[in-house]
Design a protein around this ligand. Sequence first.
Ligand code: FES
Ligand SMILES: [Fe+2]
Length: 448
Amino acid sequence: MDVSDLVDTTTGRQKRTIYSNEELYKQELERIFGRCWLFLVHTSQIPKAGDYFRTFMGEDDVIVIRQKDGSIKAFLNSCTHRGNRICRADRGNAKAFTCNYHGWSFAPDGSLAGVPLENEAYFGELDRSKLGLVQVTHVAEYKGLVFGCFDPDAPSLEDYLGDAKFFLDVWLDAMPGGTSLLGETQKMELGSNWKLPVENVCGDGYHLGWAHAGAMSAVQSMDLAGLSVGNSSTNLEGGLSVAGMNGHMALTSLDGISGYAFYPEPKPMMDYLEANRPTAIERLGKVRGEQLWGSQINITIFPNLQFLPGLNWFRVYHPKGPGKLEQWTWAMVENDMPDEMQAAILDNQCLTFGLAGLFDNDDGDNLAACTEQSRGWRTAQMDVFTNMALGRSGPRDGFPGDIAAGLVSEHNQRYFYRRWQEHMQAESWAEVPTYNINSLSVEEPENA
Ligand code: FES
Ligand SMILES: [Fe+2]
């Protein structure tokens, strides 16, 4: 389906049908979720051989499993006999997966290990070597984050991430101990198209002070740099909206502390930042060590991974049809953080985002209603707009990307829809453009 008229990033306009049309949704499963690198698991979630984690790539149910040699493989969770699900648990450790239907069993490397009545019923004629689990074409890791990709022609994960690594490293590589995701997966179903929460988090600073006014007043001292309703000193200048990195985006307050300053007891957080700032500067360079590490940063890896150093949630969205999704959330921590700080982060994440999160409840209601109002015969023909601060972006010393000043603009959303359109129009990866705008301005660490 031609989508050239459905998104216009030069004027900042989308047709609402992109949130409700079944045919477009099937095209997204093929051209976006079937083509892009998708987050599968954090290495901390499957530390030992045989540890597995079940997730989704688009609507495909996938088992990710640590092999004996330490490598990680991913397989479709579907029996090669008649298609049944072979793994029903969310995570665990397995020596084999045995199908409930007729008892075929598969080894952790995906090979077909056992077939009941193999000689008697199949007369020894079954070629087991051709009936192993279907393997996800590419699996690769970037500093603890494991991604998978179905498309044999996809660029490498490093190339796919491009300049977004500049921001990813602020979380993944500032401290020598690495990172972890805490606890079990917090799963929430939402009656929303999958693109709406992604565009909300990737760039929508506009809604913070209005949609979250109640939540912000309930979470003491969190007024997000003057964005809250009724604050007469509203400051729209602080922070950056960064896009133009192969469809990935960042939104950041750029002050080095605001990620933790709003905690009910911020002192231990501030002490941690102060004590470790020299390490962060040594590892990341001055710009990132001083201005980004410790800041609030919303990082989006196209199409469906988002995480927020500062509020410390980490999330993936799994589409379940044009009007439905599952969002999976974890708290994320640096392993060097003291235990009490990790516990405070998990508490705060549960209070703000996740199943009972005050902020997620605000967003969920708005996003579900926006989806619902794109389903009607007449409403589906209407436009929605992402035209704020059009044409007001450019380079900034020390940073990659095409950058708009401030947290309140629709700059990042336009790049998100641009990338969506590029993938939806392309027949293959060969037709998908690569762009890492202003890449040369990336600052190298001082000791590099
Ligand atoms: S469907 Fe799995 S053994 Fe038959
Ligand atoms: Fe929100």
